[in-house]
Write a protein that binds this ligand. Structure first.
Ligand SMILES: *Cc1c(COP(=O)(O)O)cnc(C)c1O
Length: 429
């Protein structure tokens, strides 16, 4: 079958070697996935998920059993008091924007505990001037840099807190930056340290790409809100759109009033018939996240064989599904993306081109031959075309597909003369 996909025999041999080497590692990932799978099933049983939950609601969507039950299921899995899980939340940035705008008031300050936040949040916060940003509403912002080795500087964080500091953001995943993804325990420790001294400061975690990779979520360590996108891990590849905010009753209620409008809050919001997909996606999400994690490790392993620098290294413990590979040139990023796209089940015949993207300040290249537009829990890659030319590979609903994407990316670079096979020692056994 690999021959049909144009994978050369040397690359196939290399792939077999990696399969063997990664076997034990993958078994550990399966163990975590199994426990998380049971957590989701238990929450669904406890909340009496039934066929009635899949019914379509329209108009105001009052008394929507499916919507309300799904929010209870999310709250149980994240072990929070409440959750807001809606198709009306456009994407992860929107979910984060709601959580911030809902919980901050003019004169308040937002503090980032993890340095520069994700690119699209720069306009939400007003780091890059933007219409309707938090800065526009008189909300100030500061950030505490990570330590030199990329970890939370708890001492500096505690010292940075002032009376007007109302909310602290922790970003779990690396975004488009070279720094370690933070583990739940590390974030949890920092949150506990903040809450010990400042119990009223809201701790919010940008949980994008981290869900179900570990046995616990940051909310289990006292995060007041964990926030993410349904076209990443928790949507399991089946959610057609949406975002979630899980957290304390107070915080989630404020978010609901911001998402809809004061006075309406969680009470309204039709589901347009997406409920079955949201449940089905959340149900498979632990297994899907595990497939994506394996695909990420595979990408790292294969490209390390070709001498590329990878973050994290294939041997490191992971806290998210993103694999960063330093490809070092614009041509390599384009070639890699072309390969990933050619491995897709949808739109495999098109060629990705660099282009502008709303919310980003430079050209982006992106391969996403996806069932859900822009879904990054599906096999995909992207990256800003700027130094040091890092590609971010992610997704793979099934590991088989993730692996094909990795091999197609490598083959594309071989075919374009960017990787020279004869320089690499690949055994034929
Ligand atoms: C993807 C991502 C976001 C934004 O999500 P979108 O759905 O693309 O708006 C925010 N933070 C992090 C860390 C992310 O990975």
């Amino acid at each position: 079958m690999y021959e049909i996909f144009g994978i050369c025999p040397q690359l196939e041999n290399l792939s077999r070697k990696c399969d063997k080497e990664l076997k034990e590692r993958f078994e550990k990932i399966d163990e975590i996935a199994q426990i998380n799978q049971l957590k989701v099933i238990a929450a669904m049983q406890k909340n009496h998920v039934s066929e009635a939950c899949f019914a379509v609601s329209t108009g105001y969507g009052y008394g929507d059993l499916g919507r309300d039950t799904l929010e209870a299921v999310y709250a149980d899995v994240f072990q929070t008091e409440d959750a807001l899980v809606r198709p009306q939340i456009t994407c992860g940035t929107h979910a984060l924007g709601i959580a911030l705008a809902a919980n901050l008031r003019p004169g308040d300050e937002m503090l980032s505990a993890t340095g520069q936040p994700y690119d699209t949040l720069e306009e939400v916060i007003g780091i890059r001037p933007s219409e309707g940003s938090l800065a526009d509403y008189g909300i100030t912002y500061r950030q505490v840099e990570l330590t030199n080795d990329g970890h939370i500087d708890i001492k500096a964080l505690l010292e940075a807190i002032e009376p007007k500091t109302k909310l602290i953001e922790f970003q779990r995943s690396r975004g488009y930056r070279t720094r370690p993804t933070l583990g739940v325990q590390e974030i949890g420790q920092a949150i506990r340290a903040v809450h010990e001294k400042y119990p009223k400061v809201i701790c919010m975690v940008d949980n994008c790409y981290g869900e179900f990779i570990e046995l616990e979520e940051p909310s289990q360590y006292g995060a007041d809100m964990v926030v993410g996108s349904l076209i990443k891990n928790p949507g399991g590849g089946l959610a057609p759109a949406g975002g979630y905010i899980a957290g304390t009753k107070e915080c989630v209620e404020r978010c609901a009033h911001r998402l809809t409008t004061p006075g309406i809050g969680k009470e309204a919001g039709a589901n347009f018939g997406v409920m079955q997909n949201l449940y089905f996606g959340f149900f498979v999400a632990p297994m899907v996240a595990a497939s994506a994690e394996k695909s990420a490790i595979y990408a790292a392993r294969i490209f390390e064989e070709f001498g590329y620098e990878t973050f994290p290294h294939s041997s490191e413990i992971r806290h998210d599904i993103i694999q960063e590979i330093t490809l070092g040139s614009r041509e390599a990023m384009i070639s890699f993306s072309k390969g990933v796209q050619a491995g897709a089940a949808v739109d495999a015949y098109v060629t990705p081109e660099p282009s502008e993207q709303p919310g980003y300040n430079c050209d982006i290249i992106m391969a996403d031959g996806c069932f859900i537009q822009g879904s990054s829990i599906e096999l995909s890659c992207d990256g800003p075309l700027r130094e040091p030319f890092n590609i971010y590979f992610q997704g793979g609903i099934t590991f088989t597909h993730g692996k094909l994407g990795v091999l197609k990316a490598a083959q594309s670079m071989i075919d374009d003369g960017l990787i020279k096979l004869n320089e690499i020692n690949i055994s034929n056994k």
